[in-house]
Design a protein around this ligand. Structure first.
Ligand code: AVJ
Length: 323
Protein backbone atom coordinates (compact mmCIF):
# COMPACT_ATOMS: atom_id res chain seq x y z
CA UNK A 1 0.00 0.00 0.00
CA UNK A 2 1.43 3.34 -0.93
CA UNK A 3 -0.63 6.39 -0.07
CA UNK A 4 -1.12 8.80 -2.94
CA UNK A 5 -1.86 12.41 -3.63
CA UNK A 6 -3.36 14.51 -6.41
CA UNK A 7 -1.24 16.73 -8.61
CA UNK A 8 -2.15 19.53 -10.99
CA UNK A 9 0.45 21.36 -13.06
CA UNK A 10 -0.70 24.77 -14.27
CA UNK A 11 2.89 25.56 -15.29
CA UNK A 12 3.33 23.00 -18.03
CA UNK A 13 6.48 23.36 -20.11
CA UNK A 14 4.87 25.94 -22.36
CA UNK A 15 3.54 28.21 -19.60
CA UNK A 16 6.81 28.08 -17.72
CA UNK A 17 8.86 28.90 -20.82
CA UNK A 18 6.56 31.75 -21.84
CA UNK A 19 6.62 33.38 -18.41
CA UNK A 20 10.38 32.87 -18.04
CA UNK A 21 11.15 34.37 -21.45
CA UNK A 22 8.90 37.38 -20.91
CA UNK A 23 10.38 38.15 -17.50
CA UNK A 24 14.01 37.69 -18.54
CA UNK A 25 13.64 39.71 -21.74
CA UNK A 26 11.94 42.58 -19.92
CA UNK A 27 14.20 42.37 -16.88
CA UNK A 28 17.52 42.28 -18.72
CA UNK A 29 16.60 45.08 -21.14
CA UNK A 30 15.54 47.43 -18.31
CA UNK A 31 17.71 49.85 -16.34
CA UNK A 32 18.60 48.75 -13.76
CA UNK A 33 18.40 45.10 -14.80
CA UNK A 34 15.92 43.35 -12.54
CA UNK A 35 14.30 39.91 -12.71
CA UNK A 36 11.79 37.85 -10.72
CA UNK A 37 12.99 35.56 -7.90
CA UNK A 38 10.58 32.87 -9.19
CA UNK A 39 13.33 31.38 -11.39
CA UNK A 40 15.69 30.50 -8.52
CA UNK A 41 13.64 27.47 -7.60
CA UNK A 42 14.65 24.56 -9.80
CA UNK A 43 15.60 21.37 -7.92
CA UNK A 44 19.04 22.76 -7.03
CA UNK A 45 17.66 26.17 -6.07
CA UNK A 46 15.07 24.61 -3.77
CA UNK A 47 17.83 22.54 -2.16
CA UNK A 48 19.98 25.64 -1.65
CA UNK A 49 17.04 27.49 -0.12
CA UNK A 50 16.61 24.60 2.34
CA UNK A 51 20.27 25.07 3.27
CA UNK A 52 19.72 28.81 3.73
CA UNK A 53 16.96 28.12 6.26
CA UNK A 54 19.53 26.31 8.44
CA UNK A 55 22.11 29.12 8.43
CA UNK A 56 22.85 30.94 11.67
CA UNK A 57 22.70 34.23 9.74
CA UNK A 58 19.13 33.47 8.59
CA UNK A 59 17.10 33.43 11.82
CA UNK A 60 13.73 34.20 10.25
CA UNK A 61 12.97 30.63 9.28
CA UNK A 62 13.63 29.34 12.81
CA UNK A 63 11.78 32.27 14.39
CA UNK A 64 8.63 31.35 12.49
CA UNK A 65 9.09 27.66 13.32
CA UNK A 66 9.26 28.60 17.01
CA UNK A 67 6.09 30.70 16.72
CA UNK A 68 4.27 27.72 15.19
CA UNK A 69 5.62 25.38 17.87
CA UNK A 70 4.18 27.69 20.52
CA UNK A 71 0.95 28.75 18.84
CA UNK A 72 -0.19 26.12 16.32
CA UNK A 73 -2.89 24.89 18.74
CA UNK A 74 -4.21 28.38 19.17
CA UNK A 75 -4.19 28.94 15.39
CA UNK A 76 -6.03 25.66 14.87
CA UNK A 77 -8.70 26.31 17.47
CA UNK A 78 -9.30 29.87 16.29
CA UNK A 79 -9.84 28.76 12.69
CA UNK A 80 -11.34 25.28 12.92
CA UNK A 81 -10.12 24.92 9.34
CA UNK A 82 -10.58 21.61 7.46
CA UNK A 83 -8.76 22.83 4.35
CA UNK A 84 -5.29 24.29 4.32
CA UNK A 85 -3.94 26.02 1.20
CA UNK A 86 -0.26 26.94 1.37
CA UNK A 87 1.23 29.41 -1.10
CA UNK A 88 4.94 28.82 -1.74
CA UNK A 89 4.96 25.59 0.23
CA UNK A 90 8.53 24.46 -0.58
CA UNK A 91 9.43 21.55 1.69
CA UNK A 92 6.28 22.03 3.84
CA UNK A 93 8.43 21.45 6.95
CA UNK A 94 6.86 24.12 9.12
CA UNK A 95 3.39 23.43 7.83
CA UNK A 96 3.45 20.04 9.53
CA UNK A 97 3.00 21.80 12.86
CA UNK A 98 -0.19 23.41 11.56
CA UNK A 99 -1.37 20.16 9.95
CA UNK A 100 -0.95 18.28 13.19
CA UNK A 101 -2.73 20.94 15.20
CA UNK A 102 -5.66 21.01 12.75
CA UNK A 103 -5.85 17.21 12.77
CA UNK A 104 -4.51 15.62 9.57
CA UNK A 105 -7.20 12.91 9.28
CA UNK A 106 -9.52 14.02 6.48
CA UNK A 107 -7.89 17.45 6.25
CA UNK A 108 -7.52 18.84 2.73
CA UNK A 109 -4.02 20.18 2.13
CA UNK A 110 -3.21 22.08 -1.05
CA UNK A 111 0.49 22.96 -1.29
CA UNK A 112 1.12 25.48 -4.09
CA UNK A 113 4.63 25.97 -5.45
CA UNK A 114 6.54 26.57 -8.71
CA UNK A 115 8.97 23.73 -8.01
CA UNK A 116 7.65 20.34 -9.17
CA UNK A 117 10.47 18.56 -7.33
CA UNK A 118 9.77 20.33 -4.05
CA UNK A 119 6.04 19.54 -4.36
CA UNK A 120 6.56 15.84 -5.11
CA UNK A 121 9.16 15.39 -2.40
CA UNK A 122 7.05 17.07 0.26
CA UNK A 123 3.83 15.35 -0.87
CA UNK A 124 5.30 11.85 -0.93
CA UNK A 125 6.64 12.29 2.61
CA UNK A 126 3.48 13.88 3.99
CA UNK A 127 1.07 11.21 2.71
CA UNK A 128 3.38 8.59 4.11
CA UNK A 129 3.41 10.27 7.53
CA UNK A 130 -0.30 11.16 7.45
CA UNK A 131 -2.05 8.54 5.29
CA UNK A 132 -5.48 10.09 5.94
CA UNK A 133 -4.43 13.52 4.74
CA UNK A 134 -6.15 14.52 1.48
CA UNK A 135 -3.30 16.14 -0.35
CA UNK A 136 -3.57 17.77 -3.74
CA UNK A 137 -0.38 19.48 -4.90
CA UNK A 138 -0.75 22.43 -7.24
CA UNK A 139 2.19 23.57 -9.34
CA UNK A 140 1.37 27.20 -9.99
CA UNK A 141 2.72 30.73 -9.86
CA UNK A 142 0.61 32.18 -7.07
CA UNK A 143 1.25 35.73 -8.27
CA UNK A 144 -1.24 34.90 -11.04
CA UNK A 145 -4.93 34.28 -10.23
CA UNK A 146 -5.33 30.92 -8.50
CA UNK A 147 -7.89 28.25 -9.35
CA UNK A 148 -8.06 25.93 -6.36
CA UNK A 149 -8.81 22.26 -6.99
CA UNK A 150 -12.16 21.09 -5.57
CA UNK A 151 -12.43 21.80 -1.86
CA UNK A 152 -15.49 21.10 0.29
CA UNK A 153 -17.91 24.03 0.30
CA UNK A 154 -18.62 23.85 3.98
CA UNK A 155 -15.91 24.25 6.65
CA UNK A 156 -13.52 27.17 6.99
CA UNK A 157 -10.31 27.28 4.95
CA UNK A 158 -6.95 28.52 6.07
CA UNK A 159 -4.67 30.10 3.49
CA UNK A 160 -1.07 30.03 4.70
CA UNK A 161 1.39 32.47 3.18
CA UNK A 162 4.31 32.08 5.50
CA UNK A 163 8.10 32.45 5.54
CA UNK A 164 7.87 36.16 4.68
CA UNK A 165 7.28 35.26 1.04
CA UNK A 166 5.04 38.36 0.90
CA UNK A 167 8.33 40.26 1.05
CA UNK A 168 9.03 39.27 -2.56
CA UNK A 169 6.25 41.63 -3.67
CA UNK A 170 7.24 45.24 -4.11
CA UNK A 171 5.44 47.79 -1.95
CA UNK A 172 2.84 48.96 -4.49
CA UNK A 173 1.93 45.41 -5.59
CA UNK A 174 1.35 43.99 -2.10
CA UNK A 175 -2.10 45.43 -1.42
CA UNK A 176 -3.46 44.39 -4.86
CA UNK A 177 -2.09 40.90 -4.27
CA UNK A 178 -3.61 40.69 -0.79
CA UNK A 179 -6.88 42.02 -2.22
CA UNK A 180 -6.84 39.18 -4.78
CA UNK A 181 -6.38 36.70 -1.92
CA UNK A 182 -9.25 38.37 -0.10
CA UNK A 183 -11.22 37.85 -3.31
CA UNK A 184 -10.86 34.05 -3.16
CA UNK A 185 -11.68 33.94 0.57
CA UNK A 186 -15.18 33.41 1.92
CA UNK A 187 -16.28 35.20 5.12
CA UNK A 188 -15.48 32.13 7.21
CA UNK A 189 -11.91 31.76 5.88
CA UNK A 190 -8.59 32.85 7.39
CA UNK A 191 -5.22 34.03 6.14
CA UNK A 192 -2.07 33.09 8.06
CA UNK A 193 0.78 35.38 7.19
CA UNK A 194 4.42 35.30 8.33
CA UNK A 195 6.50 38.45 7.96
CA UNK A 196 10.05 39.42 8.78
CA UNK A 197 10.41 42.80 10.49
CA UNK A 198 12.75 45.72 9.85
CA UNK A 199 15.73 45.45 12.21
CA UNK A 200 19.40 46.34 12.48
CA UNK A 201 20.76 46.84 8.96
CA UNK A 202 23.84 44.66 9.45
CA UNK A 203 21.70 41.80 10.74
CA UNK A 204 19.36 42.07 7.76
CA UNK A 205 22.23 42.13 5.30
CA UNK A 206 24.02 39.17 6.93
CA UNK A 207 20.86 37.07 6.43
CA UNK A 208 21.41 37.47 2.68
CA UNK A 209 25.19 37.29 2.65
CA UNK A 210 26.30 34.34 4.80
CA UNK A 211 29.97 33.54 5.35
CA UNK A 212 29.68 30.07 3.86
CA UNK A 213 28.45 31.50 0.57
CA UNK A 214 25.24 29.44 0.43
CA UNK A 215 23.19 32.51 -0.48
CA UNK A 216 25.78 33.46 -3.10
CA UNK A 217 25.40 29.99 -4.64
CA UNK A 218 21.59 30.35 -4.47
CA UNK A 219 21.81 33.69 -6.28
CA UNK A 220 24.21 32.37 -8.93
CA UNK A 221 22.02 29.31 -9.45
CA UNK A 222 19.84 31.69 -11.46
CA UNK A 223 22.63 31.83 -14.05
CA UNK A 224 22.67 28.02 -14.33
CA UNK A 225 18.88 28.01 -14.73
CA UNK A 226 19.07 30.59 -17.54
CA UNK A 227 21.94 28.78 -19.26
CA UNK A 228 19.96 25.55 -19.23
CA UNK A 229 16.43 26.83 -19.89
CA UNK A 230 17.19 29.62 -22.36
CA UNK A 231 20.40 28.43 -23.98
CA UNK A 232 22.35 31.32 -22.45
CA UNK A 233 26.11 31.54 -21.87
CA UNK A 234 26.37 33.24 -18.47
CA UNK A 235 29.72 32.65 -16.83
CA UNK A 236 28.94 32.37 -13.07
CA UNK A 237 32.53 33.31 -12.14
CA UNK A 238 32.15 36.61 -13.96
CA UNK A 239 29.53 37.74 -11.43
CA UNK A 240 29.68 38.47 -7.72
CA UNK A 241 26.90 38.10 -5.16
CA UNK A 242 25.79 41.24 -3.32
CA UNK A 243 23.19 42.00 -0.63
CA UNK A 244 22.14 45.63 -0.11
CA UNK A 245 19.53 47.29 2.15
CA UNK A 246 17.34 49.70 0.19
CA UNK A 247 16.21 52.16 2.87
CA UNK A 248 13.72 54.03 0.70
CA UNK A 249 11.88 50.88 -0.32
CA UNK A 250 12.49 49.00 2.95
CA UNK A 251 13.77 45.87 1.27
CA UNK A 252 16.92 43.82 0.90
CA UNK A 253 18.13 43.57 -2.67
CA UNK A 254 20.08 40.56 -3.83
CA UNK A 255 22.16 41.52 -6.80
CA UNK A 256 24.59 39.96 -9.24
CA UNK A 257 27.45 42.31 -9.95
CA UNK A 258 29.25 41.97 -13.26
CA UNK A 259 33.00 41.87 -12.55
CA UNK A 260 33.96 42.92 -16.06
CA UNK A 261 32.46 44.43 -19.15
CA UNK A 262 30.77 41.51 -20.85
CA UNK A 263 28.24 40.51 -23.44
CA UNK A 264 26.05 37.50 -22.75
CA UNK A 265 24.04 35.68 -25.40
CA UNK A 266 20.61 34.33 -24.55
CA UNK A 267 20.03 31.97 -27.45
CA UNK A 268 16.32 31.30 -27.00
CA UNK A 269 15.58 35.03 -26.79
CA UNK A 270 17.79 36.02 -29.72
CA UNK A 271 19.19 38.55 -27.30
CA UNK A 272 22.65 39.83 -26.47
CA UNK A 273 22.88 41.50 -23.08
CA UNK A 274 25.63 43.98 -22.32
CA UNK A 275 27.00 44.47 -18.79
CA UNK A 276 29.15 47.42 -17.76
CA UNK A 277 32.03 46.60 -15.40
CA UNK A 278 30.52 46.76 -11.89
CA UNK A 279 26.94 46.85 -13.17
CA UNK A 280 24.48 45.33 -10.71
CA UNK A 281 21.45 43.26 -11.69
CA UNK A 282 18.72 42.98 -9.04
CA UNK A 283 17.71 39.31 -8.74
CA UNK A 284 15.46 39.50 -5.67
CA UNK A 285 13.78 42.01 -3.42
CA UNK A 286 12.89 40.93 0.08
CA UNK A 287 10.81 43.51 1.90
CA UNK A 288 10.90 43.87 5.66
CA UNK A 289 7.84 45.05 7.59
CA UNK A 290 6.70 46.94 10.64
CA UNK A 291 3.72 45.49 12.53
CA UNK A 292 1.68 48.65 11.93
CA UNK A 293 2.62 48.84 8.26
CA UNK A 294 1.61 45.22 7.73
CA UNK A 295 -1.72 45.74 9.51
CA UNK A 296 -2.38 48.80 7.37
CA UNK A 297 -1.73 46.83 4.17
CA UNK A 298 -4.07 44.06 5.32
CA UNK A 299 -6.76 46.61 6.13
CA UNK A 300 -6.35 48.28 2.74
CA UNK A 301 -6.91 44.84 1.16
CA UNK A 302 -10.16 44.31 3.08
CA UNK A 303 -8.62 41.92 5.61
CA UNK A 304 -8.44 42.37 9.35
CA UNK A 305 -5.49 41.28 11.47
CA UNK A 306 -7.30 39.54 14.33
CA UNK A 307 -4.28 38.12 16.11
CA UNK A 308 -0.54 38.81 15.94
CA UNK A 309 2.12 36.55 17.48
CA UNK A 310 5.58 38.08 17.65
CA UNK A 311 9.13 36.91 18.23
CA UNK A 312 10.56 40.20 19.41
CA UNK A 313 14.16 38.92 19.62
CA UNK A 314 14.27 37.73 16.03
CA UNK A 315 11.91 40.42 14.75
CA UNK A 316 9.32 38.20 13.11
CA UNK A 317 5.51 38.13 13.27
CA UNK A 318 2.78 35.68 12.37
CA UNK A 319 -0.62 37.27 11.72
CA UNK A 320 -4.01 35.59 11.56
CA UNK A 321 -6.38 37.67 9.43
CA UNK A 322 -10.02 37.28 8.48
CA UNK A 323 -11.86 38.31 5.36
C1 AVJ B 1 11.60 32.76 0.53
C2 AVJ B 1 11.39 34.98 -0.24
C3 AVJ B 1 11.20 34.53 2.07
O1 AVJ B 1 13.41 36.67 0.95
O2 AVJ B 1 14.19 35.74 2.73
C4 AVJ B 1 16.47 33.77 1.18
C5 AVJ B 1 14.23 33.95 -0.08
N1 AVJ B 1 16.49 34.72 -0.72
N2 AVJ B 1 17.72 34.17 0.93
C6 AVJ B 1 13.70 35.67 1.60
C7 AVJ B 1 15.69 34.14 0.13
C8 AVJ B 1 17.73 34.71 -0.25
C9 AVJ B 1 13.37 34.29 1.07
N3 AVJ B 1 11.92 34.14 0.83
Amino acid sequence: FSPSYGYTDTLDAEHYATALRADIRKGLTSTPKSTSPTWFYDARGSELFEEITQLKEYPLWRAELGLFQRHARDIASRTGARSLVELGSGSSTKTQLILEALGPAGLHYIPVDVSADALHQAAAQLVQDYPELRLHALRADFTAPLALPGLPDRDPRLIAFIGSTLGNFRGPTRVPFLRALHGIMRPEDFLLLGADLVKDTDEMIAAYDDVEGVTAAFNKNLLHVLNRELDADFEPDAFEHRAVWNEAEQHIEMRLRSLTEQRVTIGDLDLKVHFEPGEEWITERSAKFTPDGLKAELTAAGLSADRVWADTDAGFVVVLATA
